[in-house]
Design a protein around this ligand. Structure first.
Ligand SMILES: [Zn+2]
Length: 372
């Protein structure tokens, strides 16, 4: 087996940002490495995108089913794109300078993937008392469907890990919570008519303007709790001389509180009903476009306590959206911990300090020994 840093370099060189292309190259690469070991693994074809696959691998079990307990190591193999003009180095040619390794995915999050693969041959000697499950998801940076597919696979096959580690970059801090993300699309249907007689129609853009004002009002009401709302996209109308019969709005809630999300969703639904009664004949419908469940704060979990002890570091709240909420919903004590500074992720100067690779390898090994 190659070392984690060698695997990281290979992974950086395999582009995995393009959502329109198959991810076969990176999946093949990982599966070839897994084949060198005793780990059992399976490629899981996406039910919604035939060009994409995720992978689940399990050490310490004869079959990929009926597993109670164990540690899940979870990572996404996709990255965000890289604008080559903004990079000083080629983002897909791993480049070493001053003990740093530059490249897209260096910390978000091919570094953790590399460590999770590199530890497999050592598991025989570590001899953990429970199974080690490793999952590789393909679309964390976009729709996050893959993690749901993996979690469904685990539910369907009665796989219930006790702990889950998600290797997003936290600079070796114990990431004990992350915000949920709820993206909605609301479609407002009115009635078109000539603009010289607006009272004969129902102006979908007017209705939308009230909804936008409501979203702004709720943002101000809840933002002190750390819950935010935003309107990001609006589309409607055809011409100035037509009362518009259609308008579409994309908006979102980000929160640490399921209670806030439930209250806001209810307030919005009540407001839609109010608008439908005020603008008689209008139809307002909303669907959930994207969802990342909240990773609710759990700083007293065994995995958080062990991580703080091993790394002699603080807790942190992960501000971005992550897949951690899905793993917590699965019933696993979940933690986010990885090498590198989140501020460098998605930038044109993404790098990992090379010594951090060995540090993360040692942390993962020590975590298995502590928990198992
Ligand atoms: Zn990430």
């Amino acid at each position: 087996m190659k070392s984690s840093i060698e695997i990281l370099k290979d992974l950086i060189a395999i582009e995995s940002w393009d959502t329109t292309k198959t991810n076969k190259d990176i999946v093949d690469y990982i599966c070839n490495l897994l084949s060198e070991t005793e780990i059992k693994f399976q490629r899981i074809a996406s039910p919604v995108d035939s060009s994409k696959e995720s992978i689940i691998a399990i050490y310490g079990a004869n079959e990929l089913k009926n597993i109670q307990g164990g540690l899940l190591l979870s990572g996404h193999i996709d990255t965000v794109p890289a604008n080559k003009d903004q990079w000083k180095t080629d983002p897909f040619t791993p480049t070493e300078t001053d003990n740093k390794l530059y490249g897209r995915g260096a910390i978000d999050m091919k570094q953790s993937i590399a460590s999770y693969i590199a530890i497999i041959p050592k598991l025989k000697e570590i001899n953990p008392s429970f199974p080690i499950i490793i999952t590789f998801t393909y679309d964390e940076e976009t729709a996050a469907l893959s993690i749901e597919e993996i979690c469904n696979f685990m539910r369907d096959n009665n796989i219930k890990p006790s702990y889950a580690l998600l290797g997003e970059p936290t600079n070796f801090k114990a990431g004990v919570a992350s915000k949920g993300y709820f993206g909605y699309t609301t479609n407002i249907v009115g009635k078109a008519t000539h603009s010289s007689k607006p009272s004969n129609g129902i102006n979908a853009i007017y209705i939308t303007s009230h909804i936008i004002a409501k979203i702004e009002e709720l943002n101000e009401k809840y933002c002190n709790d750390g819950t935010t709302l935003n309107t990001g996209v609006i589309n409607g109308g055809k011409a100035c001389n037509i009362v518009p019969d259609n308008c579409t709005l994309e908006w979102e809630i980000r929160s640490f509180s399921n209670e806030d999300v439930a209250t806001i969703t209810k307030e919005m639904n009540d407001f839609f009903a109010l608008m439908e009664s005020k603008y008689n004949g209008a139809k307002i419908s909303t669907f959930t476009r994207d969802k990342l469940p909240i990773f609710a704060k759990n700083e007293t979990s065994s995995i958080a306590v062990a991580t703080r002890d091993l790394l002699q570091n603080d807790d942190m709240i992960f501000q971005g959206g992550t897949e951690a909420g899905f793993l917590q919903e699965l019933g696993a004590e979940t933690l986010i911990c990885g090498a590198g500074d989140l501020a460098l992720a998605h930038t044109s100067a993404e790098y990992i300090d090379i010594p951090d690779m060995a540090k993360y390898d040692a942390y993962v090994e020590a975590l298995i020994k502590t928990l198992a």
